[in-house]
Design a protein around this ligand. Structure first.
Ligand code: ADP
Ligand code: MG
Length: 731
């Protein structure tokens, strides 16, 4: 009873340097704690421990006995059947009955389980040549007869353990070996201290930690296993949320937020009055939620999530105008120049009724890395002087030298392209006008994303943000018809080109998206440059076909976009630079080449470029023409073709790809989720998030004595501890 979780696995009986190295290589298992976090993939019902006389054919059963001898034979291969190595063990049970355990192509079993070994074999009993056999059973080695073990008491001990843990295993480190190590660990391990207080366990109907850890490995029944899992999932998510809320508290430490409460009769009000349409109910709810945040002397950190076309821009503009109504400035950051440019254009247009860049009107400026030096110098001066009300830009806004007189509201479009560090960089942009205290005044931050994220994932990925969802599209949108075209329907390509010619003849526009800029030997796929040449010369010599990709100069891109926007060009060939936000209402056709190369959310974003003008729209996915159309890709494309509901697609994406991929890449330093499944454990995500928020609210640094165990758990679990947070913050 002396073993501790921090101890190296070499403390376990039978673990030498070689096995330790194997455990480390295969699963990064170094300590006993790591071993116990190597959770079973599933549990196999081993059936009751039975004597041969009780066994029913075809039923799962566990039979315990002593290995008497091994015999081997080899079947001869015939035709397409390959030859098999068969190893058979004669096993004697406590009653004296003898049965045969049979293994195929596992001759090493004879060395693993020499005569004299007491073994539990689990599997389904079959009859073969009048004899009862256990073919390919699961194996649990119990000990040696020479070590004083007798079969009867071993059977007794296992009587209650019907569920056998099946562990993720690799060559040379099979599941039963891991099971043995886990059992050995439990034998030496003192009961685990719980890091959660008892009243919390009671309130949430959770079992204690020791019960949970033992129960996930060696459950007596499925209920025990499920209760254990629930407790451990709770722990994973609670630690995650505590870390996220802690990070948020640190970001807000020593800061106050500017009060940007909506005022009657201000620009924000005037803007809504001047809109040609009433806001949707979802937009109205967003105004309310954001308005409350703006009114608080606590900086807003809110995520505005809304499918493409749900009208986020209007919410963004309204939010920014509230800063202006308080004599402050606002900034809108976009991930690309095309988008910054377009936002600037949209804002200028939307705010025209209030007067833009005229005497007494709003001052709006654009600042990107392709701004001229003179323009940049002027805008920087005016930002610092407080003459500019709203600035729209790219990352350039984060550069050294950009200083505001009084930044009140920041809107960040398309969060998934910005890291936490950038949000924090912005914090430093806010030069406190008062300058009377050492607390900096933080701007209110609204992060917009058009990537619909399942709620569980949003609460996790953006655990440090409050979430508003625009779950309603403005009226009058017509559905987008989506079709998948594979090479088997090659004739449909020509039909599509005819259709494009007809539609563009009636004043509509078509996007053709390619995965690559230039052709490559390594990755087969359509290159935008070549496709542009082909389409403009061979297919549509009578039309104006433009090209936009990321390697063009900003000026050339702008010019091409402008011609397409104005309808001077009917077809736009591009890479995914047009993926997010580009808004050309008369564009009604979206063609995507090599669609199998794109993920669900990317396809959904691309498709969102059409159907914005209220007319009927079409999306055509060419798939399998240059690359292989795998089953997974087929599932993705079918999902996209089936629905235009971004949230449904996001759920599908989460299912097909798993949370790990969506989750892992973005947010380094976050703890792994080993058991928690964000598609299934939504309720626990929400519960733990609320709990974590409450704890951090009263004890922002988890410094109280009563939170000592929470604190150490969070520090231990978030890789690199708080330093990871710090690294994120300093970017
Ligand atoms: P998002 O940025 O969420 O994809 P936008 O803000 O670009 O969506 O809005 C898409 C289109 O819908 C724009 O042309 C916008 O003017 C229009 N729109 C926004 N809100 C409404 C509304 N309440 N009623 C009608 N049209 C709206
Ligand atoms: Mg948008």
């Amino acid at each position: 009873m002396s073993l501790r979780l921090e101890d190296r696995v070499t403390e376990l009986p039978g673990v030498g340097p070689k096995l330790a190295a194997r455990l480390d290589d295969a699963f990064e298992i170094r300590t006993v704690g790591d071993l116990l976090e190597h959770y079973p993939r599933r549990h196999q019902d081993a059936g009751e421990v039975l004597d041969l006389s009780q066994v029913a054919e075809g039923e799962p059963a566990t039979m315990i006995g002593e290995i008497l001898e091994w015999s081997r034979r080899r079947t001869s291969g015939k035709g397409r059947r390959r030859s098999l190595d068969i190893a058979e063990a004669k096993v004697r049970q406590a009653s004296g009955a003898v049965f045969t355990a049979t293994f195929f192509n596992q001759n090493w079993r004879a060395n693993q389980l020499p005569p004299g070994t007491v073994v539990a074999f689990s599997g389904k009993v079959k009859r073969f040549r009048q004899q009862l056999q256990l073919p390919s059973p699961d194996v649990q080695r119990l000990g040696q007869i020479s070590g004083g073990l007798d079969v009867g008491s071993a059977a007794e001990r296992l009587q209650h353990q019907r569920l056998l843990a099946v562990y993720p295993a690799v060559d040379g480190l099979p599941s039963f070996k891991l099971a043995e190590l886990v059992e050995a660990a439990f034998e030496e391990l003192a009961p685990l201290d719980d890091w959660l207080p008892e009243d919390l366990l009671d309130r949430h109907d959770l079992v204690d930690l020791d019960t949970a850890v033992r129960g996930i490995h060696l459950p007596e029944d499925l209920q025990t296993r499920d209760a254990a899992r629930r407790r451990l999932v709770f722990d994973e998510l609670y630690v995650l949320q505590l870390g996220l809320q802690w990070r948020r508290a640190r970001m807000e430490a020593d800061t106050v937020g500017a009060v940007n409460a909506p005022v009657d009769g201000g620009h924000a009000d005037g803007f809504l009055d001047a809109l040609p349409f009433p806001p949707t109910d979802a937009q109205t709810r967003a105004f309310e939620g954001i308005g409350q945040d703006l009114a608080r002397a606590r900086p807003m950190h809110r995520l505005l999530q809304g499918d493409v076309g749900s009208g986020k821009t209007i919410v963004a503009v309204w939010s920014m105008l509230n800063a202006v109504d308080h004599g402050r400035q606002a900034a809108l950051m976009a991930p690309t120049e095309i988008l910054a440019d377009q936002h600037h254009r949209t804002l200028t247009h939307l705010l025209a009724p209030l007067g833009v860049n005229v005497l007494d009107g709003l001052r709006i400026e654009l600042l990107t890395s392709s701004s001229t030096t003179a323009h940049r110098r002027r805008v920087l001066g005016e930002l610092l002087a407080g003459d500019v009300d709203i600035v729209v830009g790219t990352h350039a806004l984060l550069e050294e030298g950009v200083r505001f007189a009084d930044l009140g509201v920041v809107v960040i479009d398309e969060q998934h392209r910005f890291g936490v560090s950038q949000r924090v960089q912005l914090k430093e942009k806010a030069t406190s006008s008062g300058a009377s205290s050492d607390r900096s005044v933080l701007p209110d931050v609204l992060v917009m994303t058009a990537t619909p994220i399942p709620r569980s994932l949003a609460l996790t990925l953006y655990g440090d943000l409050d979430v508003t969802v625009l779950d309603e599209l403005p009226p009058g949108r017509e559905p987008i018809t989506t079709q998948l075209i594979t090479p088997a329907q090659a004739h449909r390509r020509d039909a599509l080109y005819d259709f494009i010619r007809k539609e563009t003849g009636e004043g509509r526009g078509a996007y053709l998206v390619c995965p690559f800029v230039e052709p490559s030997d390594v990755l087969p796929g359509t290159a935008a440059v070549e496709e542009h040449a082909r389409l403009s010369e061979e297919v549509f010599p009578d039309l104006q076909v433009e090209l936009v990709h990321g390697r063009m100069s900003a000026d050339a891109k702008d010019a091409a976009m402008a011609r397409f926007r104005a309808g001077e060009a009917q077809v736009l060939v591009s890479t995914t630079v047009i993926e997010v936000g580009v808004d050309v209402p008369h564009a009604t056709i979206m063609v995507i080449e090599d669609a199998e190369r794109f993920g669900i959310s990317q396809l959904h974003q691309l498709r969102g470029r059409v159907g914005r003008g209220g007319g009927r729209s079409f999306c055509v996915l060419f798939a399998g023409w240059k690359g292989e159309l795998t089953d997974d890709a087929r599932d993705r494309l079918d999902a996209v073709a089936e629905t235009t509901d971004g949230f449904v697609l996001a759920e599908a994406d989460l299912r097909i790809r798993g949370a790990g991929q969506l989750f892992g890449q973005k947010q380094s330093g976050l703890p792994d989720l080993k058991l928690a499944d964000l598609t299934q454990d939504l309720e626990v995500v929400a519960t733990t998030r609320d709990l974590a928020k409450r704890v951090i609210e009263v004890d922002p640094d988890l410094a109280d004595a009563e939170h000592a165990s929470l604190r150490s758990e969070v520090l231990a679990r978030h890789e690199g501890g708080l330093d990871a947070f710090r690294a994120l913050e300093t970017g």
